[in-house]
Design a protein around this ligand. Structure first.
Ligand code: 13P
Length: 251
C-alpha cells in the first residue's frame, strides 16, 4: 500500500521570520499525520532555519530545485549534496514554473533527476499539461512524453524511489481544480505508463501526487481516488491550519 505524501511547495514565499514559524506550526500538528508522510519545501535560503524548526518532528524538508552538477563554476546554482547538507530529504524537480519561466526541458529535468538519485534525496518530478493542450485533447500525450523524457534511463531500482506529481498547469494557483475524475484519469494513465515502461510492481509502488489548487475543502475527494497518492500543495501550504487540514484528508 502506498504511503500518502502531502508536500507543501512554498515557492518564492515566506520570509526569515515566517518560514520557521510556519514550519513549527506544521510540526506541531504531527499528531494529525496518521500514516501520511508530510514535507515542506521552503526557498533555498530558509532551508537551514526551517530544518532547525522541524528538528525531532516527522515533517520532512524538501527543496524546490537543484542543479545536476555536483560542484563547480555554476553561479547561482545549488547541488544535491548541498541540499543534503541542509537536511533535505526531498527535491521538487521539473515544476511547471521551472519549465515555463526558466526554460527547463525534459532533458534538463532528467539530468537533475539522475543526479538526485545518486544521493539519498527523493525527487518529486512534476508533469502537467497547459490549458490549450487539454482543450486540444493532448493531455495524455503531453504527460506521457514528459514522464518518459524526465525519467529517461532510470533503472527499476531508481524509479521506485521517485515520486511523480501531476500538476495540470491550468489548475495551478488559479483556484480551478481538476475534477476528481479528470485527475484520476491522468493518474491512472501515468500508472499504466509506468507499468508498460517497467512492470506492475513498479506501477504499484510509485506514488503519484496531484497538485493544482488543492485546498482543505477539495482534498478529501481528490485523495479518495484510488490512484491519487497525495498532494503537492502551493498556496494552501502557506497557512499551517489549511495545510494540516489537507493532511487530515490524507490519513
Ligand atoms: P497551488 O496549490 O497554489 O495551485 O500550487 C500548486 C503547485 O504548483 C504546487 O507545486
Amino acid at each position: 500500500m502506498r504511503t500518502p505524501l502531502i508536500a507543501g511547495n512554498w515557492k518564492m514565499n515566506t520570509d526569515g521570520k515566517s518560514a520557521a514559524a510556519l514550519a513549527k506550526a506544521v510540526a506541531a500538528g504531527a499528531a494529525r499525520f496518521g500514516r501520511a508522510e508530510v514535507a515542506v519545501c521552503p526557498p533555498f535560503v530558509y532551508l537551514p532555519e526551517v530544518g532547525a524548526a522541524l528538528a525531532g518532528s516527522p515533517v520532512g524538508l524538501g527543496a524546490q530545485n537543484m542543479y545536476h552538477e555536483p560542484s563547480g563554476a555554476f553561479t547561482g546554482e545549488v547541488s544535491a549534496a548541498m541540499l543534503l547538507d541542509a537536511g533535505c530529504r526531498y527535491v521538487i524537480l521539473g515544476h511547471s514554473e521551472r519549465r515555463q519561466f526558466f526554460g527547463e526541458s525534459d532533458a534538463v529535468v532528467n539530468r537533475k533527476v539522475l543526479a538526485a538519485l545518486k544521493t539519498p534525496l527523493t525527487p518529486i518530478v512534476c508533469v502537467g499539461e497547459l490549458l490549450a493542450q487539454r482543450e486540444a485533447g493532448q493531455t495524455s500525450d503531453v504527460v506521457r512524453s514528459q514522464l518518459a523524457g524526465s525519467l529517461a534511463g532510470l533503472s527499476e531500482e531508481q524509479i521506485r524511489r521517485v515520486v511523480v506529481a501531476y500538476e495540470p498547469v491550468w489548475a495551478i494557483g488559479t483556484g480551478k481544480v481538476a475534477t476528481v475524475d479528470e485527475a484520476e484519469a491522468v493518474h491512472l494513465d501515468l500508472r499504466k505508463t509506468l507499468e508498460s515502461r517497467y512492470n506492475a510492481g513498479v506501477a504499484a509502488v510509485v506514488r503519484i501526487l496531484y497538485g493544482g489548487s488543492v485546498k482543505a475543502d477539495n482534498a478529501s475527494q481528490l485523495l479518495s481516488a484510488p490512484n491519487i497518492d497525495g498532494a503537492l500543495v502551493g498556496g494552501a501550504s502557506l497557512k499551517a491550519e489549511d495545510f494540516l487540514s489537507i493532511v487530515d484528508a490524507a490519513r
